[in-house]
Design a protein around this ligand. Sequence first.
Ligand code: FES
Length: 611
Amino acid sequence: MNTITYTKHNTLLGEYQIKKLEEERSFLDLIHDHGIEGFDAPCGGNGTCGKCRITIVSGSVSHVTENEKKRLSSRELSAGIRLACSCSPRSDVVIDLSHHDLESAVISAASSGGRQVSRIKPRITRKPLDMLPDGSLEDQRALLSKAIGNASASLSMKVPSALLSSLHSHIGTEADLVLKDGVPKRIAHRGEKLYSIAVDIGTTTVVCYLVDLEFGEVIDNFSGLNAQKKFGADVISRIAYATSSVEQQVRLQRAIVSQIDSGIRALAERHTISPEQIMQITIAGNTTMMHLLAGADTSGIAASPFIPVFTDFLTVPAVELGFTFTPNLEVELLPSVAAYVGADITAGIHVAGIHVDNTPSILLDIGTNGEMAFSISDHIICCSTAAGPAFEGANITFGTGGVRGAIDTVKLDDHTVSYTTIGGIDPIGICGSGIIDCVAELIRTGLVDYTGRLLTPEETDHPGIKYCDGDPVFCITALDEESADHAVYLTQKDIREVQLAKAAIAAGLQTLLSEAGVAEADVEHLYLAGGFGSYIRPESAGEIGLIPKQLVARTKAIGNSSGEGAVRFSCWEDHAHDILTVAQHCQYIELSGHREFQDFYIQEMLFPMED
Ligand code: FES
């Protein structure tokens, strides 16, 4: 007998349906049983359209059918891709539905002999006040004790005084005592919805998620460029600004708090929610962003030996940080690991599940710093490497962020260049995914050699190669023009910047593998976290040597896992405990002065040669 559990993986959350199966069912049947919307099965399960593709992530499934052999390539089959209508589970199975136009979803099916999936425990619970037993001479327990029941009471139980003053008058009415982690927090009318705010503070972008705590679902979000950007584009320049004077540190803190405060206000107005209906603010981000929000001194992060003020999970009163819309809330700061492996990575490890899937797996977040974690058995090692801003376009001649008009994909053949731009408008520059694509194509077509040298117009008749101010450049646009004056192009220096950035990240990965004593070929999964990871093509990342070529087929983008981790933390006790455990079990490896890292860095400066 099987049980099946459906877990939305991106907007979340948690298992919400369990079905017992008496007989063998195809994955397509199971997907329909669980009401998963958006799954593409145009022929209705007749096996003729080949569109109902799923990826078997782990577990045992039925043998490949002749029909599947006809409709799937051997490469797809070896990557675990199957047709949902022709395949059924044989054991605990995890499948990935992200081929389809639905939020990335995961189904876990557990056989009765295997792991049983337990119901996830919410952090916010309600106790009906009209169901409390009456007091009597035999039962003189206090109202609050009766209302809490078996919920944990601890020395640090902080109960609002307003609740104590109104509890008696609500006993016997259609109201609920609302508890957070077992501690009474307020009284809510029956049916009154409760919410949390989960925030991902990225160095570039801030996203506030409004989460319905009853279902653990994100119902809306508010995002924008990080308001601290005007004080510095990256972590180091922001630390430099913050450490110049107390006033400047306060300015940075005010900027981010006020941005999140405005986001919460906007979400509340959109959904007609009062501040009292919001139970907490939960925040993930890199260690510097967490420090700047908390008003902590960041000077220790910038200089060796890189000692932050805090990495533990902290709870800070919102009013003390300057929140005005929800001053009475607690702000929860997710745990970090070290100065350059932040709460965004602990959240990402939890969301990717690399710490529990029992296979060697990597989580990689590419930004100005490449933060990465490697999990083998129950051990997690992690590190951070300074990649510089090339992939954010900052030191590239026509580099730009992922904005409208940025060239985001590039393809070459012998005489043409094709590209796309974000928003499909005329190109204004080239963003990180376009830069990686373009360099990969230049290597593939031999216009750049493995040392990174760009051919000159004398060495090739490709119309993209021209001179500009006496130096060869590769024009992505305006190939028909005589000169490169009106083109978006890459210079030799741009290509060198890409080499430096990719060498730092690739060397970090090699160092982790070496520390763990695991070969590239034995890595089962490479998860790309963060917005940038969602846009780059793994094939191009492999071509330039940013990630090992062997791992391209095992690479998967998992989106904003920092934000998703914050959402999970805010809703579910099990997830919150898991994230705290992840942080405690991560072992940080410092790369500055690491001998092997230096050697790998020099090796990885070269682009991969053809096999
Ligand atoms: Fe068409 Fe499976 S639904 S092949």
